[in-house]
Design a binder for this molecule. Structure first.
Ligand code: SF4
Length: 335
């Protein structure tokens, strides 16, 4: 299985205020240039504003998250008016999230606005009914419901995407999640092609991602390999769900230089037999310089790709690690 870049843009949900639309409670917006100028090169956005959609209007009275006590579970919140707590929009926000599930069925990621009682993904401030702030452990009611409907969907907050490494990680996850549906769930196959069995597609997908996964978390990647060694022990749907979940979980760990070096060494091992002494030494030196932080990843990938055609083995040709990654696509530079 050779996983190719998608030719069309990837559908991604986004909080509408991040697009620059004036839908916030105060009539303003929170335009993100990273989203509209940079990531729009690969993403096709589906912008939604849940508060406007449930009829709260613009401008509107502010709302916040209310809990009974400090250690309340994440779902034990009410979304109420700051000035008038009898205005409770918790259920309308959840019902709206339920209603957009069919519209969002094809999304491969969601970008939420931070600190919002509707859209915030982490760390939203929670209050007691006496008006005192108790902690920042809240999740917006709409975001939480979307998370429950799409358990492995890559999610990120707008503000965090200004960080190049977090942006790269989100892109890697979106690309993988999208590739899963195109290859494992068969969206990419044409009727004239003979579709391998689903279990075979799951194993091939893991195989193609193996070195990229190793670069993110070696132990979890090997553990997933053990699950797949006994793939037929599990019902097919359950296997697909478990493997997709584990892959998304592994990719959510930032790839460390040490683990990336290890994955590059594995790649080098497949090519060694086709290199002369000088070429081997040059590649080894480049990987070592990357390990020490003196050379960028792209330098090693370029040389590995240069030697790749010499190998007749499908395994190394299939490796997603060796295909163009977000930084190389220019998606991690932003002036
Ligand atoms: S954070 Fe969400 S609810 Fe608030 S304005 Fe933006 S899109 Fe609308």
């Amino acid at each position: 299985m050779k996983i190719q870049q998608r030719q069309s843009k990837i559908p991604v949900g986004i909080s509408q205020c991040a697009m620059g639309d004036p839908v916030r409670f105060n009539g303003g917006h929170k335009h993100s240039r990273v989203c509209t100028d940079l990531l729009s090169r690969v993403f096709e956005y589906i912008p939604l504003c849940p508060e406007v959609a449930i009829g709260m209007g613009v401008p509107r009275k502010p709302i916040h998250l209310l809990v009974d006590k400090g250690d309340a579970p994440v779902d034990a919140i009410r979304v109420v008016g700051v000035e008038d707590p009898s205005v409770d929009v918790t259920e309308p926000l959840r019902a709206y999230a339920d209603s957009v599930v069919p519209e969002l069925a094809g999304i491969r990621g969601y970008i939420f606005m931070q600190n919002s009682p509707s859209c915030g993904l982490h760390g939203v401030r929670r209050y007691l009914d006496n008006g005192h702030s108790i902690d920042s452990k809240g999740v917006g009611a709409f975001a939480r419901r979307i998370q429950q409907h799409f358990p492995h969907l890559p999610l990120e907050e707008v503000g965090r995407l200004n960080n190049s490494e977090l942006r790269e990680n989100f892109l890697v996850r979106v690309f993988a999640y999208d590739a899963w549906f195109r290859y494992v769930e068969g969206e990419e196959w044409t009727e004239s092609e003979k579709l391998p069995s689903r279990i075979a597609r799951i194993i091939e997908f893991y195989t193609a991602y193996k070195y990229l996964l190793l670069a993110h978390n070696q132990d979890a990647t090997r553990a997933l390999g053990h699950v797949l060694a006994d793939a037929r022990a599990m019902p097919e749907d359950e296997l697909a769900f478990v493997v997709r979940g584990r892959i998304m979980e592994i990719l959510s760990h930032p790839a460390s230089r040490k683990d990336r070096t290890n994955a590059l060494m594995h790649s080098q091992g497949h090519l060694k037999a086709f290199l002369n002494k000088e070429e081997k030494a040059e590649l080894q030196q480049l990987i070592d310089e990357y390990r020490r932080g003196h050379k960028p990843l792209s330098a090693v990938l370029t040389l590995l790709r240069h030697y790749l055609p010499r190998s007749p083995h499908g395994f190394i040709h299939s490796q997603v690690l060796l295909s163009a990654e977000p930084a190389e696509l220019g998606l991690c530079d932003f002036q």
